[in-house]
Design a binder for this molecule. Structure first.
Ligand SMILES: NC(=O)c1ncn([C@@H]2O[C@H](COP(=O)(O)O)[C@@H](O)[C@H]2O)c1NC=O
Length: 194
């Protein structure tokens, strides 16, 4: 099955996978407090505005993952003190689904900083819906087919294991993955590219 891009929130860690039929020449690059999805140097030029973006940001108040440019405003609102639910609702509603040939949904997840009980969330904005849900068990939402949050088996206990586990999930066209986990020393992140 091809589900496109997807997030898993677990809820003290999270992971994101880039799957792609159309733009396979991409990688996830780890940066300070962020992971960026970008074309590889050999990728053909494209004017598609949706294929390069920060897919992960960490802040003092939580970590954010997702499949596009909405990750930045969600992280910025979170850092300014918005509750995770409100940051997701506002940024997803403002940017809405992608205006491409598929009306591709935007998906996102927030891992809270550990200071509240109901702080980890997933969200998706589709042409026909905006869903933001609190996460208490591992939950997946994808751009296609599985485009509403659903429970998923997920065993990872570190950022690296989370990235590896989503990369190896049995969905077509894996390209790269990123993981983030809350630890006593803050958020740790990891990437997988193969
Ligand atoms: N975030 C991404 O990495 C990403 N990759 C591709 N897209 C969009 O989804 C469309 C379909 O891509 P694909 O056939 O690779 O699933 C692309 O034309 C592009 O508009 C993306 N946008 C949202 O998922």
């Amino acid at each position: 099955m091809y589900v496109g891009r997807f997030v898993v929130v677990a809820p003290s860690l999270a992971a994101y996978r880039v799957s792609s039929r159309s733009f396979p020449n991409r990688r996830a690059r780890a940066r300070e407090g962020a992971v960026t999805v970008e074309p590889t140097p050999d990728a053909p030029e494209t004017s598609n505005p949706y294929i390069a973006y920060n897919c992960l940001r960490t802040t003092d108040r939580g970590a954010v993952i997702g499949n596009g440019s909405h990750v930045d405003p969600i992280a910025e609102k979170l850092a300014r003190g918005y509750p995770a639910r409100d940051a997701l609702v506002e940024a997803l509603h403002a940017l809405d689904y992608e205006k491409d040939d598929y009306d591709t949904p935007r998906v996102a997840g927030v891992v809270g900083d550990g200071s509240a009980v109901d702080e980890s969330y997933v969200g998706v904005v589709r042409r026909d819906a905006l869903l933001v849900e609190s996460v208490e068990e591992p939950t997946l939402v994808a751009t296609y087919e599985k485009n509403r949050p659903e429970p998923v088996a997920f065993d990872a206990e570190s950022a690296e294991a989370a990235a590896r586990e989503v990369y190896e999930m049995d969905f077509e066209h894996p390209i790269a993955a990123a993981g983030v986990a809350r630890t006593d020393a803050g958020f740790e992140t990891a990437v997988v590219n193969e």
